[in-house]
Design a protein around this ligand. Structure first.
Ligand code: GDP
Length: 601
């Protein structure tokens, strides 16, 4: 950023496209960014790159030096590329602008050997939702068996100097990736075969380690931006700035500061700014605009250089009073020559867009940024999990108190995405019945929670099943009457279900069930048992009836089910009981319903 204010006539200009890197963990996002920065620097002269807060600017000149013949500076009028330094879709979904994605273009890194993984799919979902154009970096081609590395070379040349077998293996992996993209609804091809990058996704084979293919990646990024995004890049660089808060950080000597990516206009020292905060918009005045010191001077006392003005696109640290409640992911606007009220309204309505629907029963969600909070809310909605409260910030005692007011045990839960637990909240968690789930991958966090809910439901069903009377059909065997009455002792065969001691025994007389007595003992081969499964023969004692009167040899008998138990079994637990028991239940219900069609409903 230069110190002299630009002449008014120069105010319309093209800004740098903002590039984000996404992809599954370990697929090489960090290595790719490091390689681009590193080779830019080794391309020589001062000004090869500019380190921003949270981003790296690579000017067109340097892009062209790195890409060789693939990028001729005279073909472009965009000033270069601004790479967001924090890779991963977590930071990507944080980075939003006016309802869309802050990044203008994305690189999805896929390990050629590992192929599509859960976070690859998650990244593609986010890009689809935000409508962000992207290219796929098919990374780690140097790990192809038999690969002969060609450091820093464009892919065509490198590809041609490989053996047939190495090329064959790479091709196989590349086609797999293209196939996977097509499964996700993206028509894709190797980038040199793509005619229309608006319709088709280009796949660039490369190695973040050896640098081969990186010239191609840069060429595709530049070409895509120049061709399809030029209009969006036209901004009034001296107009009031608009940006997104990346992070809120305490900085020695400055207090709370915000790291911002500026995507429109400019910010100047002494500008009045409006920043989205936990309790609504914060209006404050810029005290200092800070950029990191160049690498060589990093060990000196001062870590930052002050600048007078920054123009989009840029990453900048802003020091100003009252920023403690600022929210990561929130909008930031410069007021300058507009009405402060209008700007506050803008920020308010942007914050409202991101507000999460909450219910009066549900879980508590905490996330590190507005964007991730929104992504969590979307994912929970899809999983049909209601939300009681959703906020940006670390887990505080108040959150535990709120979660404990949920009525259902499975909602007495805090889901923490990429946040810390404040020490006093730990104590609260220890003494309350609130459960905490934490993760920094959304789908994993939700899977963990769903696992807990399933487990609980299963345990609950088991307890219910324990308490409930279960159906059973059995038959008195011929020539197995051991005692007529007081109690009657007979041999029976259990036909379906499980016969349990101390249950009531019923028999159908015509269409009406009658209780004939209560089971007071079961003996299996002379041993007392408390229950017996279908298929077995046992002798049982029944208090109440006399053989030859209420019951007789050959009679079919049933365990008597209270109507309420029959209903719970049929409606809630039919998946939990064995097939023969279900058969007994159906038989029992059928018999009742011949008389009363609504019995047990
Ligand atoms: P991230 O989690 O996506 O940021 O992945 P990293 O950049 O940390 O890379 C994960 C591992 O893969 C590291 O050990 C890297 O050195 C390695 N790696 C990344 N890119 C390449 C590549 O192109 N070739 C090879 N051989 N290894 C790579």
């Amino acid at each position: 950023a230069d110190a002299d204010a630009p002449p008014a006539t120069e105010s319309n200009a093209l800004r740098t496209p903002i590039v984000a890197v996404l992809g599954h963990v370990d697929h090489g996002k960090t290595t790719l960014l490091d390689k681009i920065r590193g080779s830019a620097v080794s391309e020589g002269e001062a000004g090869a790159i500019t380190q921003h807060i949270g981003a790296t600017a690579v000017p067109l000149e340097t892009v062209s030096q790195m890409a060789g013949s693939l990028v001729k500076p005279e073909d472009f009028d965009l000033p270069g590329l601004l790479f967001i330094d924090t890779p991963g879709h977590h930071s990507f979904s944080t980075l939003r602008s006016r309802g869309g994605a802050l990044a203008d273009i994305a690189i999805v890194v896929v390990d050629v050997n590992d192929g599509f993984q859960p976070q690859t799919l998650e990244a593609l979902d986010i890009l689809k939702r935000t409508g962000t154009p992207f290219v796929v970096a098919a990374n780690k081609i140097d790990t192809t068996p038999g690969w002969n590395p060609q450091d820093g070379s464009p892919i065509q040349g490198s590809y041609e100097s490989q053996s047939d077998s190495a090329r064959g293996r790479l091709d196989e992996n590349l086609y797999e990736i293209i196939g996977n993209l097509s499964d996700e609804g993206f028509s894709a091809d190797l980038y040199w075969r793509v005619q229309n990058f608006q319709k088709n996704v280009g796949v660039v084979p490369l190695s973040a380690m050896t640098g081969e293919g990186i010239p191609d990646l840069l060429a595709v990024l530049m070409g895509l931006s120049q061709r399809y995004m030029k209009e969006e890049m036209e901004i009034d660089i001296s107009g009031p700035g608009a940006g997104t808060v990346l992070e809120v950080k305490e900085e020695r000597g400055f207090g709370a500061t915000v790291d911002v990516v500026l995507y429109d206009g400019s910010v100047r020292e002494d500008d009045t700014i409006v920043v989205g905060g936990v309790n609504g918009p914060i209006v404050t005045e810029v005290r200092a605009l800070l950029q990191p010191r160049p690498n060589a001077e990093i060990r000196t006392e001062k870590r930052f250089d002050k600048v007078d003005e920054v123009r989009a696109a840029a990453g900048i640290k802003i020091a100003a009073p009252d920023l403690d409640d600022a929210m990561a992911g929130a909008p930031i606007r410069v007021v300058r020559d507009r009405s402060e009220e209008d700007v506050i309204d803008d920020v308010t309505s942007e914050l409202a867009e991101i507000e999460v629907d909450t219910a009066d029963e549900g879980v508590v969600v905490k996330a590190d940024t507005l964007g991730s909070l929104e992504a969590m809310a979307n994912a929970l909605k899809e999983a049909e999990v209601p939300i009681l409260r959703a906020e940006v910030g670390d887990i505080a005692p108040r959150d535990v108190a709120v979660a404990s007011t949920a009525r259902e045990m499975e909602h007495k839960v805090i889901l923490g995405f990429n946040v810390d637990v404040l020490p006093n909240a730990e104590d609260e968690l220890d003494t309350s019945d609130v459960r905490l789930f934490e993760d920094d991958v959304i789908y994993q966090l939700i899977e963990e929670y769903e696992g807990f809910v399933d487990e609980r439901q299963r345990a609950q069903q088991e307890t219910v099943l324990d308490k409930i009377i279960r159906p059973c059909r059995f038959r008195i065997l011929e020539d197995h009457v051991f005692r007529q009455s007081g109690p009657a002792v007979v041999g029976v065969e259990v036909l379906s279900g499980t016969l349990k001691n101390n249950t009531n025994v019923a028999k159908w007389e015509g269409s009406k069930p009658t209780r004939v007595g209560q089971l007071s003992g079961i003996q299996e081969q002379g041993e007392d048992v408390s229950e017996v499964r279908a298929g077995n023969r046992v002798s049982i004692a029944i208090d109440g009836p006399t053989v030859g009167r209420q019951i007789d040899e050959g009679d079919e008998l049933w365990t008597e089910l209270p109507e309420k138990h029959a209903k719970i079994l049929e409606q809630e637990l039919s998946d939990e009981i064995p097939a023969d028991e279900l058969e007994a239940l159906t038989g029992y219900l059928d018999k009742h319903r011949q008389r009363d069609p609504f019995w047990g409903k």
